[in-house]
Design a protein around this ligand. Structure first.
Ligand SMILES: *Cc1c(COP(=O)(O)O)cnc(C)c1O
Length: 383
């Protein structure tokens, strides 16, 4: 058996081609590398559907969180007030970041299970004229909930406010075209739906916002305006770029295009999800979310109630069969997650279900149904 599959939302399983693209060293100042960075930005803007040239792409070193912090720190000025839509760990992280930055904010917190809806956001904006910005997590990777970005974007625009999106785990698969959904800026990273390796994130922002961001940022290294100006002036990253990661990402972008772009990738991920969820349900597992909110990115399952079930043991048994699953990140009930993204197809997902069945058998767990209390909690909150 080769390396295990990573059924995680990034880092994820990448193709051999992507890994092989890292076998060469690049000079960060060299023209070839500068051309690569420029082409990277062009391709990302094309995925975002920027035909009019109103947007620009600013790559940022670090993991995805660094890019989120760069977006928040650069676009939220000292007089801003931000409405943060929270329904999981990544929304909470945005609030935590704003606390670090000392930026004024209000919160709508929907707990672990429910998406923020347009009407409640509209009401909150009508109630508080001081709010200048709204921040939304596109796919809340902690539960796997797919938030209704189009609906939120409409009410934010209608109220004359600005929308910033953490589309980390969605961009490259789920649609987020600038001509269809109105937003000022969004972030994603190299190691999610584009299927590259970790090392940088990128901000896609309206040029007018990038210009207006001058002097806003609390941080030298995370200043999106300064990074943007430097790319425009020299074609270079301000500080050491993750050269191998960038080279791998170019290969990943090429393969993204060859597959048929975001729509084809989404179709593969949806198929992965459908095959895996159907198989897991047959074993008695239950998803946290109703089908309507299940993202094709990652799915949360309740831990079985059976006394012989232990997640660490289940994890090890799955790993021994070639699959790395992901612990849950919910506050109220015990759960685990299975990712659908990365270089995986439905055959892999069928093998995941087989591995889960064998692992349960080895643990002497004859039913994977969750505790009554988990189902009650789900019904109560989703009512
Ligand atoms: C992955 C992810 C991030 C960034 O996490 P890092 O660990 O910093 O890469 C941010 N938001 C969402 C929704 C994510 O899925």
């Amino acid at each position: 058996m080769g390396e295990p599959y990573l059924l995680t939302p990034g880092p994820l399983t990448t193709s051999l081609e992507v890994k092989q693209a890292m076998l060469k060293d690049w000079g960060s100042w060299d023209g070839d590398f500068r051309a690569m960075t420029a082409s990277l930005c062009e391709k990302l803007l094309a995925i975002a559907g920027d035909d009019g040239g109103d947007f620009d792409c600013v790559p940022m070193q670090g993991s995805g969180t660094f890019a989120v912090e760069a977006m928040l720190g650069s676009f939220l000025g000292p007089d801003s007030k931000t409405l943060v839509l929270v329904n999981g760990a990544y929304g909470k992280r945005i609030v935590e970041t704003l606390n670090y930055l000392g930026r004024n904010h209000a919160i709508i917190d929907k707990g672990d299970y429910m998406p923020p809806r347009g009407d409640e956001v509209a009401a909150a904006l009508a109630d508080d004229p001081a709010i200048t910005h709204v921040v939304l997590v596109h796919c809340e990777t902690s539960s796997g909930i797919l938030n209704p970005v189009g609906e939120i974007a409409e009410v934010v625009d209608a109220a004359g406010r600005k929308l910033l999106i953490d589309s980390m785990s969605a961009f490259g698969a789920l649609p987020l075209k600038v001509g269809e959904i109105k937003y000022e800026a969004m972030v994603s990273s190299a190691n999610k739906c584009i299927e590259g390796v970790p090392g940088f994130g990128f901000i896609i922002a309206r040029k007018s916002e990038l210009e207006a961001a001058k002097g806003n940022c609390h941080s030298l290294s995370l200043d999106a305006h300064a990074q943007w100006v430097n790319f425009k002036k020299t074609g270079q990253w301000r500080f050491t770029p993750p050269t191998h990661t960038v080279a791998a990402f170019m290969k990943a972008l090429e393969m993204h295009e060859e597959e048929g772009g975001a729509p084809a990738r989404l179709a593969r991920y949806e198929r992965n999800r459908d095959v895996m969820v159907a198989g897991m349900r047959e074993l008695g597992f239950e998803t946290l979310l109703k089908d309507r909110w299940l993202s094709p990115i990652i799915v949360t399952f309740f831990n079985p109630d059976h006394p012989n079930f232990s997640f660490p043991r289940f994890y090890d048994l799955m790993k021994a069969r070639g699959f790395i699953i992901y612990p849950g990140k919910l506050t109220v009930v015990d759960s685990f997650r299975v990712g659908c993204i990365g270089r995986l197809d439905e055959q892999v997902m069928r093998n995941v279900v087989t591995a889960a069945r064998e692992s349960l058998e080895e643990m002497n767990v004859d039913s994977a149904s969750p505790p009554e209390s988990a189902l009650k909690e789900r019904a109560r909150l989703a009512a």
